[in-house]
Design a protein around this ligand. Structure first.
Ligand SMILES: Nc1ncnc2c1ncn2[C@@H]1O[C@H](COP(=O)(O)OP(=O)(O)OP(=O)(O)O)[C@@H](O)[C@H]1O
Ligand SMILES: [Mg+2]
Length: 510
């Protein structure tokens, strides 16, 4: 049964035709993949279906009736709920308040907090995540926020559920639970739309697929079983995928094991890390893996001064380092940090693409952003934006108006411009399409081969096994193991998961 029919929908933004007569239909009890490169129009379509944007042309039919949504509330009342790509949580509210915001249980005008916490806890438990509903959202990691967003959408119990890159920040572990739940919803008749750049997930979960290219249909509501990965990629990018090879540069030849680029000794932090020790060599890509909530990103933040180190020592190039903030990290110690949280730390959304990329070269140019001439900024930013194929009508465009993946490209580009000697990269390819992802992997290899020491945090297991030389496992704010990377995906991911699982069972026994 068709519950949603989208016909010839078009949407214009200044200088961009985001959607050009796009169509698809959605069936009850099915999971429909919506795919396309960064900037293809996926999120714009989701926002039209949820009343955030009004289309210039085209029609929407929900349950056989033509509909026009003026507000998100209208769409919700028609039974459509969504997890949007950018986070929309209110950070000073608790997880529970956010989840139940649209449907707060109340008696005579008073909010029933006990009931609210119970119901929120129910939705969080259904996702099998250990988040206390009372936690303020500002205290959660990006992945945990994503899970709260999902719980919030589930709490609406809508019959049409639109998920715009719901797994972008999740590890395969959390994703597995989410998928079990989505399959249950499907079996109970819910119609789902699933946007993702991770094609393995798409093949695992979805039954039909619509591909957008430059806002137009490259295919429409086609059974997924008719397509293989190669065909799907070709529909998305318009040509065959080119998979990069790792350059063989013999990069460890002139290593001096006594002076690692980054040496971390017995470090404790205020947020709860205990006795963290490891060293990172010049030209090495060291992976840091762990489940959501294990403390990986928190440790990266401690390294660049965003959390307090309460014990132990950090040495950069053998020199004990005291790092206050991101700027000293870069200016004094040549250590850079690509944040996973582009919305609050990575980018200044109201500024242009060039200003954002040029931020990290402030100190090099001995100038402040305001004084930095537009021409010099553009000259510094352009090669990077070009190499990463940031899709935009102009480099003066506000970053906040770019598609999610293109924002991520800008965030990474600015650190490539910084020429750090130690680079901490947290989830570099979240939300980035296949083509650019391959290209970013090449860039990371290239930086390493030029001698940059790289600490890589990634929840994307294929990415981890492709890039890292060895992989540290973090569990509950401690390092609990190290896995040598043989580059064989199956055996490495198994070794990682069993290291994590071992720890889980010992924890349970206590
Ligand atoms: N509010 C806006 N103002 C101006 N342009 C916009 C706005 N929102 C989206 N666009 C543009 O519309 C196009 C489609 O963007 P959209 O966010 O739908 O892409 P997407 O397919 O979701 O990409 P991604 O995979 O990166 O999330 C892009 O070129 C984007 O820059
Ligand atoms: Mg998007």
């Amino acid at each position: 049964m068709t519950v949603l029919a989208v016909s010839s929908v078009s949407k214009l933004f200044p200088g961009v035709r985001a959607l050009d007569q796009a169509s698809f239909d959605l069936q009850a009890g099915s999971i429909h993949a919506l795919l396309g490169e960064n900037g293809a129009g996926k999120s714009t379509l989701i926002k039209i279906l949820t009343g955030v944007y009004t289309p210039e042309a085209g029609t929407l039919m929900v349950d056989g009736q033509t509909r026009k949504f003026a507000t998100p509330r209208d769409a919700l009342l028609a039974g459509i709920s969504a997890v949007h790509q950018e986070r929309n949580l209110i950070s000073y509210f608790s997880a529970a308040e956010n989840i139940m915001l649209e449907s707060l249980p109340n008696a005579r005008g008073m909010i029933n907090f006990k009931q609210m916490h119970e119901q929120a806890a129910h939705w969080l438990e259904s996702l099998n995540v250990g988040i206390d509903p009372r936690t303020p959202v500002s205290k959660l990691s990006v992945a945990q926020m994503q899970l709260v967003e999902i719980a919030k959408a589930l709490a609406q119990q809508a019959h049409i559920l639109l998920l715009d890159e719901p797994t972008a920040s999740l590890t395969p572990h959390e994703t597995t639970h989410l998928f079990e739940l989505l399959r249950q919803l499907r079996d109970n008749g819910t119609a789902l739309v699933f946007v993702s750049h991770k094609l393995e997930e798409v093949f695992e979960l979805c039954d039909r697929v619509t591909v957008l290219r430059d806002g137009k249909n490259a295919c429409q509501s086609q059974p997924l079983a008719e397509l293989d990965r190669q065909q799907l990629v070709k529909l998305m990018i318009g040509r065959e995928e080119q998979i990069p090879e790792r350059p063989d540069t013999g990069r460890h030849s002139n290593d001096n094991p006594d002076s690692p680029a980054l040496d971390v000794r017995n470090v404790d932090t205020l947020s709860g890390h205990r006795d963290i020790s490891f060293s990172l060599k010049k030209g090495e890509i060291l992976g840091l893996y762990g489940l959501v909530g294990s403390g990986r990103s928190e440790f990266a933040k401690a390294l660049i001064g965003l959390d307090t180190i309460t014990r132990g020592e950090i040495r950069l190039d053998s020199i004990p380092a005291t790092i206050k903030d991101v700027r000293t990290a870069l200016a004094q110690y040549r250590m850079g940090y690509v944040s996973e949280d582009r919305k609050s730390e990575g980018l200044i959304l109201e500024h242009s693409i060039t200003s954002n990329i040029a931020i990290t070269i402030w100190d090099d140019l001995k100038n402040s952003l305001r004084l930095l001439g537009n021409r010099r900024e553009t000259a510094a930013a352009q090669p990077h934006a070009q190499r990463l194929q940031v899709r935009t009508p102009s480099l003066q465009q506000q970053v906040g108006n770019l598609s999610g993946g293109n924002q991520q490209k800008v965030s990474v580009a600015k650190w490539l411009a910084a020429r750090a000697s130690v680079l901490i990269i947290d989830e570099p390819t979240v939300g980035i399409d296949i083509n650019t992802k391959n290209y970013l992997h090449e860039l990371i290899w290239q930086l390493a081969s030029e001698g940059t020491a790289i600490l890589l945090i990634s929840s994307d297991m294929p990415e981890m096994t492709l890039l890292a030389d060895r992989i540290l496992i973090m569990n509950d704010f401690k390092l609990t193991g190290e896995v040598a990377n043989t580059r064989d995906y199956e055996s490495v991911s198994q070794a990682i998961m069993s290291t994590i699982h071992q720890q889980d069972t010992t924890l349970e026994q206590h």
